[in-house]
Design a protein around this ligand. Structure first.
Ligand SMILES: *[C@@H]1O[C@H](CO)[C@@H](O)[C@H](O)[C@H]1NC(C)=O
Length: 382
């Protein structure tokens, strides 16, 4: 006997509902978001990346979500952040950090990568930012293992979490900075993009021992030129700017901008920014107006600084502000880079005092403004 088609249709519907219910419950039991669809990892590529490092707490509630495209969650897992980011079409990625010695063995390496994929899935995340910053000699076992790590991490993430993003943090230049002689071209080609850490540029001072800018403009520029000269596609590079500065106690202050430092060697160089202390932007903004000098601008390094005194010691503080940052963001357009980002988003004053709000807005806007363009057009690019 032939059943009326209506019944078949109803059965099919019923079956579909069962499948959906199982999926729904599967997501629903562990999905922390009120809307379970917010636990689905994001897909698709952003034309312009704004890559944000978050180190924990609830500052993220005050970020400029009209700009952010990816949050690298370097603090404890915060499900509330995950749901909020996904509701704004923003990716949240894991911090990937493992000692190089633990990934030389292939089985260990694959096991580590599998753990990261499982963790990302469990937390409904959208990828991983690999932040290994150890020294590796050119063509050493570490050098090859690191490249393999990036290749395999990208393959596994892309396969297991479709649409996921795998990125890798690189120093301001590919020129063996702090002993990091990696296979940058292969690493760039293997993952989605590189986050270029254009800061801590005084980690090795080879010439003299004076306080300098965290991220001098021309040095920043030369780093991108060097990466592109290696054959790396400029769309594989995200420009990283610092939202912190360095406070240097001077052994002697010869004049403003000539603050002599104690000699603290680092990886072969006689002096280092280790003579100073990293300071968040919000702290410097509390200090600059009452300092001896107020804000000074160094036109060679294209960076602001100020001098204050405590316990009979002069301190010179070098930092980045909207003026120096917007000059750097002009590099993004100039070189056709993938986007911009900062270490880290928590360094601003997110209180609701009007002056703090203005200060914070100006910093977020500097990421995508190009105030430096006028000045840039008169300069020869190195
Ligand atoms: C943030 O700004 C407000 C207003 O200027 C100020 O009172 C507060 O101390 C600042 N907080 C920090 C951590 O700098």
């Amino acid at each position: 006997m032939i059943r009326p088609p209506r019944v078949d249709k109803m059965r099919w519907r019923w079956a579909l509902r069962q499948v959906l219910a199982v999926l729904w419950v599967g997501l629903g039991t562990s999905c922390p978001c009120s809307d379970p669809t917010l636990c689905i990892p994001l897909r698709g590529e952003n034309q312009f990346e704004v890559f944000v490092f978050d180190v924990g707490g609830k500052d993220w509630k005050y970020y400029d979500w009209s700009k952010v495209t990816t949050v690298a969650a370097f603090g404890p897992y915060d499900p509330e952040l995950l749901c909020y980011a996904h509701a704004n079409e923003v990716r949240v990625v894991l911090k990937g950090d493992v000692p190089l010695k633990d990934i030389i063995d292939r089985d260990n390496r694959i096991a580590w990568i599998n753990n990261q994929v499982q963790l990302a899935k469990k937390q409904f995340m959208d990828g991983i930012n690999l932040d290994l910053e150890e020294a590796a000699a050119y063509q050493s076992v570490e050098y090859y293992a690191l490249t393999e790590l990036v290749v395999e991490t990208t393959q596994l993430f892309h396969h297991e979490i479709p649409g996921s993003q795998v990125t890798f943090d690189v120093p301001w230049s590919p020129d063996c900075i702090d002993g990091r002689c990696y296979d940058f071209l292969k690493i760039a080609n293997s993952c989605d993009f590189l986050f270029v850490m254009s800061y801590d540029m005084q980690s090795q001072m080879w010439d003299d021992c004076f306080a300098k800018a965290n991220a001098p403009y021309y040095q920043t520029l030369s780093g991108y030129s060097a990466y592109i000269s290696l054959g790396i596609d400029s769309r594989k590079l995200v420009l990283g700017v610092p939202w912190y500065g360095y406070d240097y106690p001077c052994t002697q202050l010869l004049e403003a901008g000539r603050c002599a430092l104690p000699k603290i060697p680092f990886r072969g160089a006689p002096c280092s920014d280790a003579a100073g202390r990293q300071i968040p932007y919000k702290v410097m903004m509390q200090q600059v107006d009452s300092s001896i000098t107020g804000r000074f601008w160094d036109d060679d390094q294209k960076a602001p600084y100020y001098i204050y005194m405590v316990d009979n010691t002069y301190h010179e503080v070098w930092y980045d502000d909207p003026q120096s940052i917007s000059m750097k963001s002009a590099i993004v357009k100039k070189f056709g880079l993938r986007g911009v980002g900062m270490w880290n988003a928590n360094q601003l004053n997110y209180s609701n005092d009007p002056s703090a709000i203005k200060q914070t807005e100006d910093m977020w806007n500097a990421l995508t403004e190009e105030n430096g363009e006028l000045e840039l057009s008169n300069l020869d690019i190195m």
